[in-house]
Ligand binder design. Structure first.
Ligand SMILES: Nc1ncnc2c1ncn2[C@@H]1O[C@H](COP(=O)(O)OP(=O)(O)O)[C@@H](O)[C@H]1O
Ligand SMILES: [Mg+2]
Length: 263
């Protein structure tokens, strides 16, 4: 069996920190010496532009070196990998054409398993320790593909009243995914953009701690402007400013994720 572990980052709520978490966890894993492939599954290209400037992102879209082309044409994903320039950290870029992915998938045979099949050879090679998949803020056929291709799911949740709203739908969707992918395991909920000065933060943590059977990661990520400065420089904060508060928090969250994914 392949040693590669596939971890999806998903939550139907936009702005919950999926991309920031995927990008930083991937980079922190690579900084630990792991081989990591990240897949940008969102038409907004945020994971792609976390590492590349807009011009390069456009080039990936035009040349067909992106997840949309691979899925639409059902190609081996090995041929769509680019290096981020950080040791051990690779990426499959996205394209704005991902906006039409639901339509592209619709008529395909076993349409929930297209991504899983395209990933098969990458997994079989066993080169990567981790494959991390960033998802769009939707719960449709494409996110179902992401879940069916994954071993684990991390749910980033923003510590705000609206961050919790809709989480029940997310869990319901995960249950549907488990019917199709019985080995899929929810690894845990990762709190992002926490502001400990707010009373609401504590209430969020208390509510989530009581979510039956779902782990709440101990290491949460606080609001930190370094995250945005890093993004402005096309870098994850763990690479841009390793000593910043959020970088340290992301490095600790990454250790926790790796520990549970290897149990
Ligand atoms: N810890 C943080 N501190 C400050 N801003 C953050 C933090 N995490 C994420 N953000 C910002 O919040 C916004 C949403 O985050 P993002 O990762 O894009 O969420 P999603 O992928 O779920 O839509 C982005 O503009 C990002 O820069
Ligand atoms: Mg995103």
């Amino acid at each position: 069996m392949s040693k590669t572990k596939v971890i999806a980052f998903a939550n139907n709520k936009g702005g919950s920190g999926k991309t920031t978490t995927c990008s930083n966890v991937g980079c922190a894993m690579a900084m630990e010496g792991k081989k990591v492939l990240m897949i940008d599954g969102d038409m907004q290209l945020n994971l792609t532009i976390s590492y590349f400037d807009e011009e390069q992102a456009l080039e990936f879209a035009q040349s067909g070196k992106n997840i949309h082309t691979a899925i639409k044409e059902e190609k081996d994903l090995n041929d769509f990998i680019v290096s981020t320039g950080i040791d051990g950290l690779d990426l499959i870029p996205s394209s704005s054409l991902m906006s039409g992915i639901e339509f592209d998938l619709f008529a395909k045979w076993q349409r929930e398993f297209v991504l899983k099949k395209c990933l098969e050879r990458v997994r079989a090679k066993g080169y990567y320790d981790y494959i991390l998949i960033d998802s769009p803020p939707t719960l449709g056929g494409w996110v179902m593909n992401v879940m069916c291709a994954s071993d684990y799911l991390v749910i980033p949740v923003e510590a705000s009243p609206w961050g919790l709203f809709g989480l029940a739908n997310m869990f319901e969707f995960c249950n549907q995914a488990k019917n199709m992918a019985p080995k899929l395991e929810i690894l845990g909920i990762a709190i992002t953009k926490a502001d400990e000065r707010k009373k609401y933060f504590k209430q969020t943590m208390d509510i989530l701690k009581e979510t039956d059977g779902t782990r709440l990661f101990e290491n949460y990520i606080r609001v930190d402007s370094a995250v945005e400065w890093a993004q402005d420089n096309s870098k994850p904060v763990v690479a841009y400013k390793k000593t910043s508060r959020s970088a340290v928090e992301y490095i600790n969250l990454t250790k926790e994720i790796m520990e549970y994914a290897n149990r």
